[in-house]
Design a protein. Structure first.
Length: 127
């Protein structure tokens, strides 16, 4: 397998190893990651997969489509429907908290994502 194929493979899936087995999940299917104690939960539209681990290690493996909105959450920006004040809503209606510390970063990254991918009224100077 050449380097480009390995890179594409690595960036298109997240492998989860649990007591019940091993599987790979397409990054495009992941809504968000959530940490709870020593467990990390991967949330998709259809289900939640849990494994032992740390959010810090998960963050190190993710690409630019993911952003930390709160210390316990890493959200897939391509699945965000709405960002308002201290809340982010993802496809399916789930609402996640946005910490004060992370608010400016997620707002900037989400608006940059929208500008790059959709026709919209977002100028460089958002109020």
């Amino acid at each position: 397998m050449d380097r480009r194929s390995r890179r594409h493979h690595k960036e298109s899936h997240f492998a989860v190893i649990t007591r019940g087995g091993t599987e790979k999940i397409e990054l495009d299917d992941i809504l968000y990651f959530e940490s709870e104690g020593r467990k990390v939960h991967v949330h998709t539209k259809e289900r939640k997969i849990s494994f032992n681990g740390s959010m810090q290690k998960v963050r190190e493996m993710l690409d630019g489509r993911f952003c930390c909105c709160h210390g316990s959450y890493e959200v897939n920006l391509t699945k965000v429907i709405r960002l308002a004040d201290y809340m982010v809503e993802v496809e399916g209606g789930r609402r996640l908290p946005v910490s004060q510390r992370r608010r400016a970063e997620i707002k900037g990254r989400y608006q940059a994502y929208l500008r790059e991918n959709f026709p919209c009224n977002l100028g460089d100077d958002i109020v």
